[in-house]
Design a protein around this ligand. Structure first.
Ligand SMILES: Nc1nc2c(c(=O)[nH]1)N[C@H]1C(S)=C(S)[C@@H](COP(=O)(O)OP(=O)(O)OC[C@H]3O[C@@H](n4cnc5c(=O)[nH]c(N)nc54)[C@H](O)[C@@H]3O)O[C@H]1N2
Ligand SMILES: Nc1nc2c(c(=O)[nH]1)N[C@H]1C(S)=C(S)[C@@H](COP(=O)(O)OP(=O)(O)OC[C@H]3O[C@@H](n4cnc5c(=O)[nH]c(N)nc54)[C@H](O)[C@@H]3O)O[C@H]1N2
Ligand SMILES: [Mo]
Length: 778
């Protein structure tokens, strides 16, 4: 073990080189084999994979939220999905003996990866301050402790109930019901850091918080614009859609400061012949390396070109569609005309030729789909940028038709379902009215706290009990030390988890770790084996049934844990908590009444591919103020830092990581080995600062509130990204994000938009010389 987060401390030597191979393909296959071996799940892992994502009784991949293959039964395996399943299935265990051997203070010095590598949690544990250790506790005593603390609070708003995006629809529904029956809308979730901006923008523009496109649309579009996603690592099954698009002659435009692996070429693992012949397909027809936050300017450039052409070509925009379905075009047109090409070029970081190229691809396409992920949302102007995506789609009527529409790529496998089923700190009155009528409760009406507001409230003592339903709050959230202090000021912290993580160690005065079943595991209840449901990025809801033996006989399912907490907290509750848990069909029956779009839930969820939640905007029905799709007219934001020596730093994932879970210190597609404490920089920005390839540097971030944070001894590596921008990894770099660094549009932390200065490291020798092959990437 090592007490440092620097892999170099463990003695491994790092390297960086060009990645020459196609995405997925044999590199992925080899990586899967070695990962299964490390987790010691080679044989059972293989068998379990075959049941994954099957329409026929298998479990939904707990990895990303990309939908299943249209043919359902055809197995759409991806490297990172397999790794994620294997991570859950590991043969290793963290039991009471482990906790007896290691104090919390000692565990705090371990690397995050080493904490999770210990394996699955096996029984409920409670913090014992006398010995500074977690010790076993019975489920009954744990529930009683939570109930007692929650009942002792002056107000239900002194508690916060966090959700990470794994939680099934059924558990989600019970969880929000418990929080609201108890009396609070304090339901912070990972979405507050992820796609909050998308939800708000789409709601305002189209009257729905979700995308309208589905997988069929991906398969029939003749132009795809993909903004700000590293698909080969984070939504690998998108590669299938991209190779197919390229093969049918569609245009595939990638917009990203980095040319990521999915913007080059790929081999899809289930295309056996391609694998055998090592035959790669291209996955891009145009790559546009925007400056950070420059997407809005690019989109406006497309709009400007179209509106200019419209003077001579009536077909450049879809007048009939605009007339019939939209509102606000005149203002938007005036705004676009008033924006100069010079400003669009400067703010996008692209040449005028590139802007016209993009516009021409868009104009020539009959069916265009636009997709995006965190590169768009985790910015100050995330909401405005998503609205500009919709503006541009509307101009040519790319909505409500096959092959068209907005298509955000969600993160966690059920993060979209969490929102649908009620995890929302700003619930609508209609939602609450229906919940009140169906569940006979009196839910609070005032908005609750989101993630950032919860952390601030913990600091000032306004939130005293924190319940984390999955996730790793202290590592995922911004301003790590500040968040850790917030948690430590709580009277009680409770984490429902599958593995040990840092959030268990930065605990409140009292603290519980409650271990739960994973998605791959059998969940027997009184009426028999249970299934849960999840919703993917494209609004398809389907069943998931675990088939593995649980890692310990002492685990409870998430619905059972929620019911246990609810019963102890609300002794007089008329909600039949235990009865729901006996048979999840009963939860689905009440959800069918309480949630819009869930009619006949139990029958429809058992259809071969499940069902698609109704999307009114897809049918050109808009639940907006005007009943039409709304254009947004916002002035072009200035995304360039005032001072020339400031870089815009984005924090992203490596290929070998799942959010706060780090599988290895490699980032295969970016050619990096054995190094996470790095910052990728443009070579001219390095030269300007006198920084050589591989030198140790200090990174200083200035937050919105003027406070300064620093990371020292990171290695600067040259990378092909725009001047003025830089990139490094979450969650290590979360220490650089101030608690005040969030967007005023979405309240999302600015995880892709930190203002930093980088200089050669002070007081640190430059460490071991780099290995051979440390050539900077062009
Ligand atoms: N294997 C794996 N899969 C995952 C996850 C994981 O950690 N591992 N996480 C899941 C979750 S919760 C989520 S939300 C998704 C995240 O999926 P991604 O959005 O791919 O996540 P990041 O790694 O943060 O990568 C952000 C991308 O946006 C680009 N970018 C940064 N700034 C800008 C900008 O200003 N404009 C544009 N156009 N692009 C920009 C970056 O270069 C990078 O390619 O993946 C999900 N799937
Ligand atoms: N700087 C920076 N920070 C970021 C981001 C970024 O791009 N940059 N991205 C943000 C985004 S998009 C997201 S979504 C958040 C993610 O934030 P979280 O969702 O809070 O974090 P995860 O790393 O996904 O959570 C991992 C933990 O979940 C638990 N777990 C795994 N499976 C299960 C399960 O089935 N049930 C339960 N109960 N627990 C389980 C395990 O104990 C594991 O340790 O991070 C955000 N933080
Ligand atoms: Mo996410």
């Amino acid at each position: 073990m090592t007490g440092s987060d620097t892999p170099e401390a463990a003695g491994a030597s790092w390297s960086q080189s060009d990645y020459e191979h196609p995405a997925a393909g044999w590199g992925a296959a080899r990586s899967v084999a070695s990962f299964l071996a490390t987790e010691r799940v080679l044989v059972p892992g293989g068998a379990a994979m075959l049941r994954m994502n099957h329409e026929d009784g298998g479990f939904d991949c707990p990895g990303c939220a990309w939908p299943d293959d249209l043919k359902g039964l055809k197995l759409d395996l991806c490297e990172n999905g397999v790794k994620h399943v294997a991570w859950e299935m590991t043969a290793r265990r963290v039991d009471r003996h482990f906790f007896a051997r290691h104090s919390v203070s000692e565990l705090q010095t371990w690397r995050d990866a080493d904490l999770e590598a210990q394996g699955r949690l096996t029984e409920p544990m409670v913090y014992d301050p006398a010995t500074d250790r977690y010790v076993p506790i019975t489920w009954a005593a744990a529930f009683a402790m939570i109930g007692q603390e929650l009942r002792a609070l002056d107000s239900p708003d002194q508690a916060a109930f966090y959700t990470s995006g794994r939680l099934s629809n059924e558990a989600t529904f019970l969880y929000q019901l418990m929080a609201r029956e108890y009396g609070t809308n304090n339901l912070p979730d990972c979405s507050n850091m992820c796609h909050e901006a998308s939800g708000r923008a789409l709601q305002a523009a189209l009257g729905t918080g979700k995308g309208t496109a589905d997988l069929e649309d991906w398969e029939s579009a003749d132009a795809l614009f993909i903004f700000g996603v590293n698909a080969a690592s984070n939504a690998p099954r998108m590669l299938t859609a991209l190779t197919k698009a390229y093969a049918r002659g569609a245009q595939v435009v990638h917009v990203n400061p980095l040319v990521e692996a999915a913007a080059r070429r790929a081999i899809i693992p289930h295309e056996v012949a391609d694998m055998a012949l090592n035959r790669a397909t291209r996955t891009s027809t145009l790559n546009l390396q925007v400056r950070p936050g420059g997407d809005l300017a690019l989109l406006r450039g497309i709009a400007k070109a179209l509106l200019e052409e419209h003077r001579t070509d009536a077909q450049a925009i879809d007048e009939t569609f605009l007339e019939r379905y939209t509102s606000g075009l005149d203002d938007y047109r005036a705004l676009v005309e008033a924006t100069s090409w010079d400003d669009l070029v400067t703010q996008s970081g692209l040449s005028r030729t590139e802007l016209h190229q993009a516009a021409e691809i868009y104009r020539a396409s009959e069916r265009t789909l636009m997709s995006w992920c965190l590169g768009v949302t985790q910015h100050e102007h995330g909401v405005d940028t998503v609205r500009e995506i919709v503006n541009v789609l509307l101009l040519r009527g790319n909505l409500g038709r096959e092959g068209t529409g907005p298509s955000p790529v969600r993160g966690h496998s059920n993060v979209q379902g969490n929102r649908t089923c009620g995890i929302d700190h700003r619930p609508s009155q209609e939602f609450l009215d229906r919940l009140a009528a169906v569940c006979r409760i009196d839910p609070p009406r005032k908005h609750g706290l989101d993630t950032v507001a919860t952390i601030r409230a913990m600091h000032r003592g306004a939130v005293k009990v924190f319940v984390g339903m999955g996730g790793n709050f202290v590592r995922a959230a911004p301003d790590t030390p500040y968040t850790a202090v917030g948690l430590s000021r709580c009277e009680l912290t409770v984490h429902v988890s599958t593995k040990l993580n840092r959030s268990h160690l930065d605990h409140g005065r009292k603290a519980l770790i409650l271990p739960c079943l994973g998605r791959t595991e059998r969940d027997p209840q009184r009426s028999g084996l249970q299934s849960v449901s999840v919703e993917d990025s494209m609004s398809m809801v389907h069943l998931s049934r675990g088939n593995r033996k649980p890692p310990s006989p002492h685990l409870l399912s998430e619905p059972a844990i929620i019911a246990g907490i609810a019963r102890a907290t609300l002794p007089g509750s008329a909600t039949p908590w235990e009865w729901y848990v006996e048979d999840y069909d009963r939860i689905r029956d009440v959800m069918a009444q309480a949630l819009a779009g869930f009619d006949d839930f139990n029958r429809r969820v058992r259809l071969p591919r499940g069902f698609r939640i109704e999307q009114p905007a897809r049918e050109l029905v808009f639940h907006t103020l005007t009943g039409r799709a709304e254009f947004a007219s916002v002035p072009l934001p200035d995304v360039i830092p005032e001072s020339g020596d400031v870089l815009v730093l984005q924090t992203m994932r490596s290929h070998d990581q799942w959010n706060t879970t780090i599988y290895s210190d490699n980032d295969r597609y970016r050619g990096v080995k054995n190094l996470r404490t790095l910052i990728l920089m443009n070579k001219d920005d390095m030269a300007f600062r006198g920084i050589d390839q591989g030198s140790l540097v200090d990174i200083t971030a200035t937050a919105k509130d003027g406070s300064v944070r620093e990371l020292r001894g990171y290695r600067a590596l040259a990378y092909d990204l725009p001047r003025g921008s830089a990139a490094g990894y979450m969650p290590e770099m979360n220490v650089l994000i101030g608690i005040s660094d969030y967007s005023i549009q979405s309240d999302q932390p600015l995880m892709k938009n930190l203002r930093v200065r980088v200089a050669l490291s002070r007081n640190i020798s430059s460490g071991p010389p780099p290995r051979r092959g440390n050539s900077p990437v062009k």
